[in-house]
Design a protein around this ligand. Structure first.
Ligand code: F6P
Length: 535
Protein backbone atom coordinates (compact mmCIF):
# COMPACT_ATOMS: atom_id res chain seq x y z
CA UNK A 1 0.00 0.00 0.00
CA UNK A 2 1.33 3.40 -0.92
CA UNK A 3 1.41 6.12 1.70
CA UNK A 4 -1.11 8.14 -0.28
CA UNK A 5 -3.80 5.73 0.88
CA UNK A 6 -3.25 6.80 4.44
CA UNK A 7 -3.95 10.48 3.97
CA UNK A 8 -5.63 11.55 6.12
CA UNK A 9 -4.24 8.83 8.42
CA UNK A 10 -6.89 6.25 9.24
CA UNK A 11 -5.93 4.18 12.24
CA UNK A 12 -3.19 6.13 13.90
CA UNK A 13 -3.44 6.07 17.69
CA UNK A 14 -1.53 9.34 17.80
CA UNK A 15 -3.67 11.36 15.43
CA UNK A 16 -7.14 12.27 16.66
CA UNK A 17 -9.36 13.78 13.99
CA UNK A 18 -9.22 17.25 15.56
CA UNK A 19 -5.47 17.03 15.61
CA UNK A 20 -5.39 16.03 11.98
CA UNK A 21 -7.32 19.15 11.16
CA UNK A 22 -4.82 21.32 12.94
CA UNK A 23 -2.03 19.40 11.28
CA UNK A 24 -3.30 20.18 7.83
CA UNK A 25 -4.67 23.62 8.53
CA UNK A 26 -2.52 25.07 5.77
CA UNK A 27 -4.59 23.17 3.25
CA UNK A 28 -7.47 25.42 2.40
CA UNK A 29 -10.96 24.30 1.41
CA UNK A 30 -10.07 20.68 1.48
CA UNK A 31 -12.26 17.89 2.79
CA UNK A 32 -11.57 14.26 3.34
CA UNK A 33 -14.27 13.36 0.81
CA UNK A 34 -12.87 15.53 -1.94
CA UNK A 35 -9.41 14.08 -1.39
CA UNK A 36 -10.80 10.65 -2.02
CA UNK A 37 -12.90 11.28 -5.12
CA UNK A 38 -11.50 10.62 -8.48
CA UNK A 39 -11.67 13.59 -10.85
CA UNK A 40 -7.92 13.97 -10.67
CA UNK A 41 -6.01 10.92 -11.60
CA UNK A 42 -3.53 11.13 -8.75
CA UNK A 43 -1.33 8.28 -9.90
CA UNK A 44 -0.40 8.24 -13.53
CA UNK A 45 1.53 5.25 -14.70
CA UNK A 46 3.07 5.87 -18.07
CA UNK A 47 5.94 4.08 -19.83
CA UNK A 48 6.57 2.12 -16.62
CA UNK A 49 7.01 5.34 -14.68
CA UNK A 50 4.72 6.39 -11.85
CA UNK A 51 3.88 10.04 -11.31
CA UNK A 52 2.06 10.17 -7.99
CA UNK A 53 0.39 13.49 -7.21
CA UNK A 54 -1.65 12.31 -4.23
CA UNK A 55 0.45 14.10 -1.67
CA UNK A 56 -0.07 17.36 -3.49
CA UNK A 57 -3.21 17.48 -1.36
CA UNK A 58 -5.30 19.15 -4.01
CA UNK A 59 -9.04 18.80 -3.81
CA UNK A 60 -11.05 17.77 -6.83
CA UNK A 61 -12.79 21.10 -7.02
CA UNK A 62 -9.47 22.99 -7.01
CA UNK A 63 -8.17 20.61 -9.62
CA UNK A 64 -11.23 21.09 -11.82
CA UNK A 65 -10.76 24.84 -11.57
CA UNK A 66 -7.13 24.53 -12.65
CA UNK A 67 -8.03 22.48 -15.69
CA UNK A 68 -10.86 24.82 -16.59
CA UNK A 69 -8.62 27.85 -16.33
CA UNK A 70 -5.85 26.18 -18.32
CA UNK A 71 -8.30 25.24 -21.05
CA UNK A 72 -9.54 28.82 -21.22
CA UNK A 73 -6.00 30.10 -21.69
CA UNK A 74 -5.71 28.00 -24.84
CA UNK A 75 -3.23 25.50 -23.44
CA UNK A 76 -4.33 22.83 -25.91
CA UNK A 77 -3.49 25.11 -28.86
CA UNK A 78 -0.22 26.14 -27.27
CA UNK A 79 0.83 22.49 -26.96
CA UNK A 80 0.00 22.01 -30.65
CA UNK A 81 2.16 25.03 -31.48
CA UNK A 82 5.09 23.52 -29.62
CA UNK A 83 4.54 20.26 -31.45
CA UNK A 84 4.63 22.00 -34.80
CA UNK A 85 7.58 24.26 -34.09
CA UNK A 86 5.94 27.66 -33.65
CA UNK A 87 7.90 30.87 -33.03
CA UNK A 88 7.46 30.68 -29.27
CA UNK A 89 10.61 32.62 -28.44
CA UNK A 90 9.11 35.97 -29.38
CA UNK A 91 11.86 38.29 -28.15
CA UNK A 92 14.47 36.54 -30.27
CA UNK A 93 12.04 35.60 -33.08
CA UNK A 94 13.07 31.99 -32.82
CA UNK A 95 11.26 28.75 -33.29
CA UNK A 96 11.28 26.39 -30.34
CA UNK A 97 12.07 22.97 -31.62
CA UNK A 98 13.91 20.89 -29.08
CA UNK A 99 11.30 18.18 -29.62
CA UNK A 100 12.51 17.91 -33.24
CA UNK A 101 15.84 16.72 -31.86
CA UNK A 102 14.22 13.54 -30.62
CA UNK A 103 11.38 13.11 -33.11
CA UNK A 104 11.63 10.16 -35.44
CA UNK A 105 12.54 11.22 -39.00
CA UNK A 106 9.61 9.15 -40.26
CA UNK A 107 7.04 10.95 -38.14
CA UNK A 108 4.57 13.13 -39.99
CA UNK A 109 5.20 16.74 -39.15
CA UNK A 110 4.77 19.98 -41.09
CA UNK A 111 7.41 20.25 -43.82
CA UNK A 112 9.57 22.87 -42.11
CA UNK A 113 9.60 20.84 -38.91
CA UNK A 114 10.46 17.73 -40.89
CA UNK A 115 13.51 19.54 -42.32
CA UNK A 116 14.76 20.27 -38.84
CA UNK A 117 14.17 16.68 -37.78
CA UNK A 118 16.26 15.58 -40.75
CA UNK A 119 19.05 18.06 -39.93
CA UNK A 120 19.17 16.72 -36.38
CA UNK A 121 19.25 13.17 -37.59
CA UNK A 122 22.16 13.92 -39.97
CA UNK A 123 24.20 15.35 -37.10
CA UNK A 124 23.48 12.18 -35.14
CA UNK A 125 24.92 10.14 -38.01
CA UNK A 126 28.12 12.21 -37.74
CA UNK A 127 28.09 11.80 -33.95
CA UNK A 128 27.74 8.03 -34.25
CA UNK A 129 30.67 7.82 -36.63
CA UNK A 130 32.84 9.86 -34.29
CA UNK A 131 31.79 7.95 -31.17
CA UNK A 132 32.32 4.58 -32.81
CA UNK A 133 35.79 5.59 -34.01
CA UNK A 134 36.67 6.87 -30.59
CA UNK A 135 35.47 3.68 -28.92
CA UNK A 136 37.40 1.61 -31.41
CA UNK A 137 40.55 3.50 -30.43
CA UNK A 138 40.98 4.98 -33.91
CA UNK A 139 41.11 8.61 -32.85
CA UNK A 140 44.62 9.65 -31.94
CA UNK A 141 46.16 12.72 -30.41
CA UNK A 142 48.97 14.73 -32.00
CA UNK A 143 51.64 12.33 -30.71
CA UNK A 144 49.86 9.25 -32.05
CA UNK A 145 48.42 8.06 -28.74
CA UNK A 146 44.80 6.89 -28.60
CA UNK A 147 42.36 9.39 -27.07
CA UNK A 148 41.10 8.11 -23.73
CA UNK A 149 40.12 11.25 -21.85
CA UNK A 150 37.33 13.55 -22.93
CA UNK A 151 36.89 16.90 -21.21
CA UNK A 152 33.74 18.85 -21.99
CA UNK A 153 34.22 22.59 -21.58
CA UNK A 154 30.89 24.40 -21.41
CA UNK A 155 28.61 26.11 -18.93
CA UNK A 156 24.87 26.33 -18.21
CA UNK A 157 22.93 24.42 -20.83
CA UNK A 158 26.20 23.37 -22.42
CA UNK A 159 27.09 21.55 -19.23
CA UNK A 160 24.29 20.76 -16.81
CA UNK A 161 22.19 18.36 -18.87
CA UNK A 162 25.00 16.31 -20.31
CA UNK A 163 26.79 16.20 -16.95
CA UNK A 164 23.63 14.98 -15.23
CA UNK A 165 22.93 12.27 -17.80
CA UNK A 166 26.55 11.11 -17.86
CA UNK A 167 26.41 10.68 -14.09
CA UNK A 168 23.02 8.98 -14.26
CA UNK A 169 24.23 6.44 -16.79
CA UNK A 170 27.67 5.96 -15.22
CA UNK A 171 27.17 2.23 -14.84
CA UNK A 172 26.88 1.89 -18.63
CA UNK A 173 30.01 3.84 -19.45
CA UNK A 174 32.56 2.71 -21.96
CA UNK A 175 35.42 1.00 -20.09
CA UNK A 176 38.31 2.79 -21.74
CA UNK A 177 37.05 6.38 -22.09
CA UNK A 178 36.70 8.79 -19.18
CA UNK A 179 34.46 11.83 -19.61
CA UNK A 180 34.90 14.88 -17.37
CA UNK A 181 33.26 18.29 -17.24
CA UNK A 182 34.66 21.77 -16.73
CA UNK A 183 32.29 24.72 -16.42
CA UNK A 184 33.52 27.32 -13.97
CA UNK A 185 35.67 30.30 -14.85
CA UNK A 186 37.47 29.56 -11.58
CA UNK A 187 40.67 27.99 -12.90
CA UNK A 188 40.50 25.42 -10.16
CA UNK A 189 37.73 23.61 -12.01
CA UNK A 190 39.93 23.04 -15.07
CA UNK A 191 43.01 22.44 -12.96
CA UNK A 192 41.36 19.65 -10.95
CA UNK A 193 40.31 17.85 -14.10
CA UNK A 194 43.72 18.24 -15.75
CA UNK A 195 45.27 16.48 -12.74
CA UNK A 196 43.42 13.33 -13.77
CA UNK A 197 44.23 13.16 -17.49
CA UNK A 198 47.19 12.39 -19.69
CA UNK A 199 47.69 15.28 -22.16
CA UNK A 200 48.66 13.02 -25.04
CA UNK A 201 45.41 11.09 -24.65
CA UNK A 202 43.06 14.01 -23.96
CA UNK A 203 40.50 15.65 -26.19
CA UNK A 204 38.54 18.77 -25.28
CA UNK A 205 34.98 19.30 -26.44
CA UNK A 206 34.27 23.03 -26.53
CA UNK A 207 30.50 23.17 -26.16
CA UNK A 208 28.91 26.55 -26.59
CA UNK A 209 25.85 27.54 -28.56
CA UNK A 210 27.21 31.05 -29.10
CA UNK A 211 30.91 30.17 -28.98
CA UNK A 212 31.46 33.45 -27.17
CA UNK A 213 30.57 32.61 -23.56
CA UNK A 214 33.45 34.00 -21.53
CA UNK A 215 33.81 31.07 -19.10
CA UNK A 216 33.95 28.59 -21.93
CA UNK A 217 36.28 30.58 -24.16
CA UNK A 218 38.67 31.35 -21.32
CA UNK A 219 38.76 27.67 -20.30
CA UNK A 220 39.21 26.56 -23.92
CA UNK A 221 42.13 28.95 -24.34
CA UNK A 222 43.67 27.73 -21.07
CA UNK A 223 43.24 24.08 -22.12
CA UNK A 224 44.85 24.80 -25.47
CA UNK A 225 47.78 26.56 -23.77
CA UNK A 226 48.20 23.68 -21.33
CA UNK A 227 48.40 21.16 -24.17
CA UNK A 228 50.82 23.36 -26.14
CA UNK A 229 53.09 23.39 -23.13
CA UNK A 230 52.68 19.74 -22.16
CA UNK A 231 53.19 18.40 -25.68
CA UNK A 232 55.52 21.12 -26.88
CA UNK A 233 53.50 21.59 -30.05
CA UNK A 234 52.00 24.66 -31.65
CA UNK A 235 48.38 25.60 -31.30
CA UNK A 236 47.35 24.68 -34.87
CA UNK A 237 48.33 21.05 -34.37
CA UNK A 238 46.83 20.98 -30.88
CA UNK A 239 43.51 22.34 -32.07
CA UNK A 240 43.40 19.96 -34.99
CA UNK A 241 44.00 16.80 -32.98
CA UNK A 242 42.74 17.56 -29.52
CA UNK A 243 39.72 19.83 -29.94
CA UNK A 244 36.11 19.33 -30.98
CA UNK A 245 33.55 22.13 -31.32
CA UNK A 246 29.86 21.78 -30.52
CA UNK A 247 28.02 24.94 -31.43
CA UNK A 248 25.32 26.77 -33.34
CA UNK A 249 28.09 29.09 -34.62
CA UNK A 250 30.25 26.72 -36.63
CA UNK A 251 32.17 29.62 -38.23
CA UNK A 252 33.37 30.80 -34.84
CA UNK A 253 34.57 27.32 -33.89
CA UNK A 254 36.44 27.05 -37.18
CA UNK A 255 37.90 30.55 -36.71
CA UNK A 256 39.12 29.39 -33.29
CA UNK A 257 41.07 26.73 -35.17
CA UNK A 258 38.91 23.63 -34.78
CA UNK A 259 38.75 21.27 -37.75
CA UNK A 260 35.34 21.68 -39.51
CA UNK A 261 35.15 17.87 -39.61
CA UNK A 262 35.36 17.92 -35.84
CA UNK A 263 32.60 20.49 -35.32
CA UNK A 264 29.10 19.32 -34.50
CA UNK A 265 26.31 21.71 -35.22
CA UNK A 266 23.11 22.58 -33.47
CA UNK A 267 20.82 25.47 -34.26
CA UNK A 268 19.29 28.68 -32.96
CA UNK A 269 15.95 26.88 -32.66
CA UNK A 270 17.41 24.88 -29.76
CA UNK A 271 17.54 26.76 -26.45
CA UNK A 272 20.73 26.18 -24.46
CA UNK A 273 18.94 24.59 -21.50
CA UNK A 274 16.91 22.38 -23.86
CA UNK A 275 19.92 21.29 -25.88
CA UNK A 276 21.19 18.06 -24.33
CA UNK A 277 19.32 16.11 -27.02
CA UNK A 278 21.42 17.74 -29.74
CA UNK A 279 25.17 17.49 -30.39
CA UNK A 280 25.49 19.01 -26.90
CA UNK A 281 24.84 15.42 -25.80
CA UNK A 282 28.02 14.23 -27.53
CA UNK A 283 29.85 13.70 -24.21
CA UNK A 284 26.95 11.48 -23.12
CA UNK A 285 27.19 9.49 -26.34
CA UNK A 286 30.95 9.18 -25.87
CA UNK A 287 30.49 8.03 -22.28
CA UNK A 288 27.83 5.40 -22.92
CA UNK A 289 27.65 4.87 -26.68
CA UNK A 290 25.38 6.18 -29.37
CA UNK A 291 22.79 3.44 -28.89
CA UNK A 292 22.10 4.54 -25.34
CA UNK A 293 22.03 8.17 -26.46
CA UNK A 294 19.29 7.17 -28.94
CA UNK A 295 17.51 5.42 -26.05
CA UNK A 296 17.65 8.66 -24.09
CA UNK A 297 16.01 10.41 -27.04
CA UNK A 298 13.41 7.63 -27.25
CA UNK A 299 12.48 8.22 -23.61
CA UNK A 300 12.08 11.94 -24.24
CA UNK A 301 10.10 11.19 -27.39
CA UNK A 302 7.73 8.96 -25.40
CA UNK A 303 7.06 11.89 -23.07
CA UNK A 304 6.59 14.24 -26.06
CA UNK A 305 4.01 11.88 -27.53
CA UNK A 306 2.18 11.73 -24.22
CA UNK A 307 2.30 15.51 -23.78
CA UNK A 308 1.07 16.14 -27.32
CA UNK A 309 -1.84 13.74 -27.10
CA UNK A 310 -3.04 13.04 -23.55
CA UNK A 311 -6.12 14.89 -22.26
CA UNK A 312 -5.23 17.76 -19.96
CA UNK A 313 -6.69 15.97 -16.92
CA UNK A 314 -4.25 13.07 -17.19
CA UNK A 315 -1.37 14.77 -18.95
CA UNK A 316 1.74 14.42 -16.77
CA UNK A 317 3.57 17.66 -17.64
CA UNK A 318 0.28 19.55 -17.57
CA UNK A 319 -0.41 18.32 -14.04
CA UNK A 320 3.16 19.03 -12.95
CA UNK A 321 2.88 22.55 -14.36
CA UNK A 322 -0.61 23.39 -13.13
CA UNK A 323 -0.16 21.97 -9.64
CA UNK A 324 3.23 23.67 -9.38
CA UNK A 325 1.71 27.01 -10.39
CA UNK A 326 -1.18 26.47 -7.96
CA UNK A 327 1.34 25.91 -5.19
CA UNK A 328 3.04 29.18 -6.04
CA UNK A 329 -0.08 31.25 -6.49
CA UNK A 330 -2.53 29.81 -3.99
CA UNK A 331 -0.33 28.14 -1.42
CA UNK A 332 2.44 30.74 -1.42
CA UNK A 333 5.13 28.13 -1.95
CA UNK A 334 8.45 29.65 -1.03
CA UNK A 335 10.43 27.26 -3.18
CA UNK A 336 10.51 23.88 -4.82
CA UNK A 337 12.74 21.24 -3.33
CA UNK A 338 14.07 18.58 -5.67
CA UNK A 339 15.00 15.38 -3.90
CA UNK A 340 16.20 12.57 -6.13
CA UNK A 341 16.58 9.43 -4.01
CA UNK A 342 19.15 8.16 -6.42
CA UNK A 343 22.83 8.99 -6.41
CA UNK A 344 22.97 8.92 -10.21
CA UNK A 345 20.52 11.83 -10.30
CA UNK A 346 22.45 13.95 -7.79
CA UNK A 347 22.85 16.75 -10.32
CA UNK A 348 19.12 16.95 -11.04
CA UNK A 349 18.57 19.90 -8.64
CA UNK A 350 21.27 21.94 -10.41
CA UNK A 351 19.91 21.01 -13.83
CA UNK A 352 16.34 21.91 -12.87
CA UNK A 353 17.52 25.13 -11.31
CA UNK A 354 18.57 26.36 -14.72
CA UNK A 355 15.65 24.79 -16.53
CA UNK A 356 13.02 26.31 -14.24
CA UNK A 357 14.59 29.53 -13.08
CA UNK A 358 16.30 30.66 -16.27
CA UNK A 359 13.19 29.78 -18.27
CA UNK A 360 10.44 31.12 -16.05
CA UNK A 361 12.17 33.54 -13.72
CA UNK A 362 10.45 36.43 -15.49
CA UNK A 363 8.30 39.32 -14.33
CA UNK A 364 7.38 40.78 -17.70
CA UNK A 365 4.86 38.97 -19.85
CA UNK A 366 4.83 38.39 -23.60
CA UNK A 367 2.89 41.66 -24.04
CA UNK A 368 5.60 43.66 -22.28
CA UNK A 369 3.48 44.10 -19.13
CA UNK A 370 4.24 43.05 -15.55
CA UNK A 371 2.98 39.52 -14.99
CA UNK A 372 -0.38 39.21 -13.28
CA UNK A 373 0.77 36.47 -10.93
CA UNK A 374 3.92 35.21 -9.29
CA UNK A 375 6.07 33.15 -11.62
CA UNK A 376 8.92 30.68 -11.00
CA UNK A 377 9.95 29.93 -7.45
CA UNK A 378 13.36 29.16 -6.04
CA UNK A 379 14.42 25.65 -7.04
CA UNK A 380 16.88 23.93 -4.78
CA UNK A 381 17.54 20.53 -3.33
CA UNK A 382 19.91 17.69 -2.92
CA UNK A 383 20.10 13.99 -3.33
CA UNK A 384 18.22 11.82 -0.84
CA UNK A 385 18.71 10.67 1.75
CA UNK A 386 21.46 13.29 2.30
CA UNK A 387 18.93 16.13 2.17
CA UNK A 388 17.13 14.63 5.18
CA UNK A 389 20.19 15.46 7.24
CA UNK A 390 20.38 19.00 5.95
CA UNK A 391 17.35 21.04 4.89
CA UNK A 392 14.44 18.67 5.51
CA UNK A 393 14.10 19.86 9.11
CA UNK A 394 12.75 23.12 7.70
CA UNK A 395 10.26 21.29 5.51
CA UNK A 396 8.92 19.42 8.52
CA UNK A 397 8.79 22.18 11.09
CA UNK A 398 9.58 25.47 9.36
CA UNK A 399 7.12 28.25 8.69
CA UNK A 400 6.95 28.06 4.93
CA UNK A 401 5.15 25.93 2.40
CA UNK A 402 7.87 24.28 0.33
CA UNK A 403 6.71 21.49 -1.95
CA UNK A 404 9.10 18.70 -2.89
CA UNK A 405 9.51 16.53 -5.96
CA UNK A 406 10.75 13.11 -4.84
CA UNK A 407 12.31 11.02 -7.57
CA UNK A 408 12.91 7.36 -6.79
CA UNK A 409 14.00 4.32 -8.75
CA UNK A 410 12.00 1.11 -8.22
CA UNK A 411 14.63 -1.41 -9.15
CA UNK A 412 18.27 -0.88 -8.49
CA UNK A 413 21.01 -2.38 -10.60
CA UNK A 414 23.64 -1.89 -7.97
CA UNK A 415 25.78 -4.55 -6.40
CA UNK A 416 25.23 -3.93 -2.70
CA UNK A 417 22.14 -5.42 -1.13
CA UNK A 418 19.83 -3.58 1.22
CA UNK A 419 20.62 -0.02 0.19
CA UNK A 420 17.78 0.36 -2.26
CA UNK A 421 15.11 -0.66 0.24
CA UNK A 422 16.47 1.88 2.69
CA UNK A 423 16.38 4.56 0.02
CA UNK A 424 12.82 3.79 -1.01
CA UNK A 425 11.59 3.48 2.57
CA UNK A 426 13.04 6.88 3.36
CA UNK A 427 11.77 8.50 0.20
CA UNK A 428 8.19 7.34 0.73
CA UNK A 429 8.37 8.06 4.46
CA UNK A 430 9.42 11.65 3.83
CA UNK A 431 6.58 12.27 1.42
CA UNK A 432 4.11 10.76 3.92
CA UNK A 433 5.55 12.59 6.91
CA UNK A 434 5.51 15.92 5.13
CA UNK A 435 1.88 15.45 4.13
CA UNK A 436 0.42 14.00 7.29
CA UNK A 437 2.65 15.38 9.99
CA UNK A 438 2.28 14.18 13.54
CA UNK A 439 0.92 16.01 16.52
CA UNK A 440 2.43 15.59 19.98
CA UNK A 441 -0.02 17.48 22.19
CA UNK A 442 2.30 17.61 25.18
CA UNK A 443 5.52 18.20 23.25
CA UNK A 444 4.94 20.94 20.70
CA UNK A 445 8.63 21.06 19.81
CA UNK A 446 8.23 17.57 18.34
CA UNK A 447 5.10 18.33 16.38
CA UNK A 448 5.30 18.27 12.60
CA UNK A 449 2.33 20.18 11.27
CA UNK A 450 2.08 18.29 7.98
CA UNK A 451 0.39 19.75 4.95
CA UNK A 452 3.65 20.03 3.02
CA UNK A 453 2.98 18.98 -0.53
CA UNK A 454 4.99 16.63 -2.69
CA UNK A 455 4.97 14.62 -5.89
CA UNK A 456 6.58 11.21 -6.00
CA UNK A 457 8.00 10.04 -9.31
CA UNK A 458 9.13 6.43 -9.50
CA UNK A 459 11.30 5.40 -12.44
CA UNK A 460 11.39 1.66 -13.15
CA UNK A 461 15.19 1.66 -13.36
CA UNK A 462 17.86 4.26 -13.83
CA UNK A 463 18.35 3.77 -17.55
CA UNK A 464 18.66 6.00 -20.60
CA UNK A 465 15.00 5.73 -21.55
CA UNK A 466 13.66 6.63 -18.11
CA UNK A 467 16.07 9.53 -17.70
CA UNK A 468 15.01 10.91 -21.09
CA UNK A 469 11.36 10.57 -20.15
CA UNK A 470 11.88 12.32 -16.81
CA UNK A 471 13.80 15.29 -18.18
CA UNK A 472 11.34 15.82 -21.04
CA UNK A 473 8.48 15.84 -18.49
CA UNK A 474 10.17 18.73 -16.69
CA UNK A 475 10.82 20.58 -19.96
CA UNK A 476 7.13 20.42 -20.79
CA UNK A 477 6.15 21.37 -17.25
CA UNK A 478 8.12 24.59 -17.76
CA UNK A 479 6.33 25.18 -21.03
CA UNK A 480 2.90 24.72 -19.41
CA UNK A 481 3.73 27.19 -16.65
CA UNK A 482 5.15 29.75 -19.07
CA UNK A 483 1.97 29.49 -21.09
CA UNK A 484 -0.38 30.09 -18.19
CA UNK A 485 1.80 32.90 -16.82
CA UNK A 486 2.02 34.36 -20.35
CA UNK A 487 5.80 34.60 -20.26
CA UNK A 488 8.49 33.61 -22.72
CA UNK A 489 10.29 30.55 -21.31
CA UNK A 490 12.89 30.57 -24.04
CA UNK A 491 14.87 33.77 -23.61
CA UNK A 492 17.12 34.84 -20.70
CA UNK A 493 17.75 38.57 -21.03
CA UNK A 494 18.21 38.90 -17.29
CA UNK A 495 21.63 37.29 -17.39
CA UNK A 496 22.95 39.93 -19.79
CA UNK A 497 23.14 42.89 -17.40
CA UNK A 498 25.61 41.25 -15.04
CA UNK A 499 27.71 40.11 -17.99
CA UNK A 500 27.94 43.65 -19.32
CA UNK A 501 28.91 45.13 -15.93
CA UNK A 502 31.58 42.42 -15.53
CA UNK A 503 32.83 43.42 -18.97
CA UNK A 504 33.29 46.98 -17.69
CA UNK A 505 34.97 45.93 -14.44
CA UNK A 506 37.41 43.45 -15.95
CA UNK A 507 39.87 45.93 -17.58
CA UNK A 508 40.17 47.75 -14.25
CA UNK A 509 41.02 44.54 -12.39
CA UNK A 510 43.43 43.62 -15.16
CA UNK A 511 45.12 47.00 -14.80
CA UNK A 512 44.30 48.02 -18.40
CA UNK A 513 42.06 50.83 -17.31
CA UNK A 514 42.06 53.03 -14.22
CA UNK A 515 38.32 53.25 -13.67
CA UNK A 516 34.92 52.20 -14.90
CA UNK A 517 31.42 53.51 -14.55
CA UNK A 518 29.94 51.45 -11.80
CA UNK A 519 28.19 52.34 -8.56
CA UNK A 520 30.11 53.36 -5.45
CA UNK A 521 29.69 50.04 -3.65
CA UNK A 522 31.23 48.20 -6.57
CA UNK A 523 34.01 50.76 -6.82
CA UNK A 524 34.81 50.01 -3.19
CA UNK A 525 35.05 46.28 -3.92
CA UNK A 526 37.39 46.90 -6.84
CA UNK A 527 39.54 49.16 -4.69
CA UNK A 528 39.65 46.49 -2.00
CA UNK A 529 41.11 43.98 -4.49
CA UNK A 530 43.61 46.56 -5.76
CA UNK A 531 44.64 47.31 -2.18
CA UNK A 532 45.13 43.62 -1.35
CA UNK A 533 47.21 43.12 -4.49
CA UNK A 534 49.39 46.16 -3.87
CA UNK A 535 50.15 45.26 -0.26
O1 F6P B 1 24.19 32.98 -19.54
C1 F6P B 1 23.19 32.03 -19.65
C2 F6P B 1 23.40 31.19 -20.86
O2 F6P B 1 23.17 31.97 -21.96
C3 F6P B 1 22.53 29.96 -20.86
O3 F6P B 1 21.27 30.18 -21.34
C4 F6P B 1 23.33 29.01 -21.67
O4 F6P B 1 22.92 27.70 -21.48
C5 F6P B 1 24.71 29.29 -21.16
O5 F6P B 1 24.73 30.68 -20.93
C6 F6P B 1 25.84 28.88 -22.06
O6 F6P B 1 25.76 29.50 -23.31
P1 F6P B 1 26.57 28.95 -24.54
O7 F6P B 1 26.12 27.57 -24.83
O8 F6P B 1 26.28 29.91 -25.65
O9 F6P B 1 28.03 28.97 -24.17
Amino acid sequence: MFHKDIFPPQNSPILESSQIESGVKRIEKQSKESMQSNNLDRHIFYANTLFDFSNQLISDSDFDQLILKARKTGLVDAIAQLKNGGILNQTEHRKVLHTALRAKPDNRFPEEMQQHIDEASQVRVKMRRFVDELHAGHIKGATGKTIKYIVNIGVGGSNLGSRLVTQALARFRHPSIAVSYVANIDADDLYQVLQRVNPEETMFLVTSKTFTTFETMQNAIAARGWLEKQLNLDSTIILQHHFVGITAEVNRAVAFGIDPERTFEFWDWVGGRFSLWSAVGLPIAIAVGMDLFEELLAGARAMDEHFFSAPLESNIPVLMGLIGAWNIEENHAAGLSIAPYCHGLRSLPAYLQQLEMESNGKGIDIYGQPTKTRTAQVVFGSVGSNGQHAYFQMLHQGTRQIPTDFIAVAEDLNIFEGHQDQLLANCFAQSAALATGRIYPDEPHKTCAGGQRSTVIVLPQLNAFSVGLLLAAYEHKIFVQAHIWEINAFDQWGVELGKSIAHDILPVLQGHSSNCEVDNETQRLIKHIQFIREN
